[in-house]
Design a protein around this ligand. Structure first.
Ligand code: SAM
Ligand code: SF4
Length: 483
């Protein structure tokens, strides 16, 4: 055995030791103390915090706890109004679209809320071959998608982790007349340092991982088998990812497992920790709520159900607490609730999703029980786009930042209100124009073209010049133009 073997072993042991210690940045005592102090939201204090939030510099844990305690309808309306102000100022009317791509439902874990858990006999197991993945990607490209979120259970076919790396290669390799996938984000189980480096080298966009619940006792109760039982391995995963050079990470909580007030406070502690260590926080926050899943009693009867009102409150609160972090809303939620959350802070949505591997090729099996959970929004992409555009939001397929290396710190610097308007708004319009020309139904085209004209007419200065130039180039037949 040579020196480099021992060196790599030493490094492995070092990182193993570091990442298996309890995460002291999730401080239970602090969370409960602050929640107790702000149990009843004082009207004057709430108004003070809301006016601080409008300065778009974020909120601290005390502020978050105070807003989480709001129940008075008048104060709630003010919270929503403030979130809308911040959302509009920073993001304008853009909404980024993506599709999840489930490559495999094999899993060795026992998460009691998930249909993919190892011992669930109620679903058909399937890991797509590279040919099948390519077929799914062709279908998604044919619908107009440019961003994919690759999803898998925690068990890979014979190739092991290489299966994920190969799948990413396959996705980027598929090309068609009017498109290709331009950004692959990934939501897979925690990796080792070396695996994260390999993942980065495949050119992924964001690595997403949800802690599910930050509450250790609940975590233990709902993760009863497999590697995922190890809370510490999971909580340190985003540190490992960022250390490996993955600039954009996505964070999240599975709402319904434990008290949502505790969860958002712990989520804030996790965000602050990443900011302290790496100088930049997560790129996105996801807010999945427990949905019914085949063979899961827990998913049908969440121990801490989150009402629609509290769900809206969570989105609004996160928008104010971390103004520059994207918020993702999946098709777990109904079309109506999704619509409402756009104004409260959501900046990215999935559309036309399937959660069973092979689900895009076999669309006729809408109720295929091999899906991970039930969906609330079954509408195809074109219908979602038409709806979003009718509400005045610009569906964006832009991937410019990631492709120009504007990630991590650089992205957060750009995310300042003035700067974002100069890049994101023109890019959203040109990518939307590309969608309208190549993929939209005639009904969507009419609504979309009018929206582009109206939006540009309200723009000023350099942003308007750029938007006009980019949209004109797309109209003249150029695809994939951005600044
Ligand atoms: N297997 C990996 C893991 O657990 O991290 C990654 C993919 S997993 C398929 C993606 C996410 O789906 C999980 O992190 C969990 O939050 C969510 N999920 C699982 N069961 C769900 C359910 N019944 N309702 C809503 N979301 C669910
Ligand atoms: Fe497996 Fe992820 Fe589902 Fe847990 S949540 S059973 S790890 S796929």
């Amino acid at each position: 055995m040579n020196d480099s073997y021992f060196l790599s072993l030493q490094l492995k042991l070092k990182s193993f030791a570091m990442y298996n210690v309890p995460a002291n940045f999730i401080n239970d005592q602090e969370i409960w103390n602050i929640i107790e102090t702000h149990k009843i939201a004082d009207k004057v204090q709430v108004k003070e915090v809301l006016s601080k939030a409008r300065e778009m510099k974020g909120l601290d844990l005390n502020d978050v706890a105070l807003l989480a305690g709001i129940s008075d309808p008048e104060l709630l309306a003010e919270l929503f109004e403030s979130a809308n102000f911040v959302k509009d100022t920073i993001y304008g009317k853009r909404l980024v679209l993506f599709a999840p791509l489930y490559i495999s439902n094999l899993c060795s874990n026992e998460c009691l809320y998930c249909a993919f858990r190892a011992t669930n006999k109620g679903i058909v197991r399937n890991a797509l071959t590279q040919e099948q993945i390519a077929r799914e990607v062709e279908i998604l490209i044919g619908k107009g998608h440019k961003r994919i979120l690759l999803v898998a259970g925690e068990s890979y076919p014979i190739q092991g982790f290489q299966y994920v790396l190969d799948s990413i290669k396959t996705i980027y390799r598929v090309k068609s007349e009017h498109g290709e996938i331009r950004r692959v984000n990934v939501n897979i189980a925690p990796l080792t340092d070396t695996e994260f480096i390999a993942l980065k080298n495949e050119g992924i966009g964001t690595y997403q991982l949800f802690q599910e619940t930050y509450h250790r006792e609940t975590y233990k109760q709902v993760h009863v088998g497999g590697k995922k039982r190890d809370y510490n391995w999971r909580i340190w995963a985003l540190h490992r990812a960022m250390k490996a050079g993955i600039d954009d990470v996505g964070i999240g909580v599975l709402f319904g497992l434990f008290d949502f007030r505790y969860e958002i406070m712990a989520l804030m502690q996790h965000i602050r920790e990443l900011e302290n260590v790496f100088g930049v926080g997560p790129h996105t926050i996801s807010v999945p709520r427990l949905e019914p899943a085949t063979g899961s009693n827990l998913a049908t009867h969440p121990p801490f159900p989150v009402s629609d009102t509290d769900f809206r409150k969570i989105v609004a609160l996160l928008r104010l607490a971390v103004p520059y972090t994207g918020i993702i809303m999946s098709t777990r939620e109904t079309a109506q609730l999704r619509r409402e959350t756009f104004a409260l802070g959501v900046s990215q949505i999935s559309a036309g999703s399937r959660t069973n591997p092979g689900g895009y090729e076999h669309e006729e099996d809408e109720d295929d029980p091999s899906g991970q959970f039930s969906l609330g929004d079954h509408r195809p992409l074109d219908e979602v786009i038409r709806d979003v555009a009718s509400m005045g939001y610009i569906p964006s397929f832009c991937t410019a930042c990631y492709r120009l290396g504007r990630t991590g710190h650089d992205f957060m610097d750009l995310a300042k209100p003035g700067d974002i308007k100069l890049h994101c708004a023109p890019n959203a319009l040109s990518s939307f124009k590309e969608y309208l020309l190549n993929f939209a139904s005639s009904e969507t085209k009419i609504i979309g073209e009018k929206l582009i004209i109206d939006t540009i007419s309200q723009m000023e200065g350099l942003a308007r010049q750029r938007a006009e130039k980019l949209v004109k180039r797309v109209a003249a037949g150029r695809d994939d133009v951005y600044c």
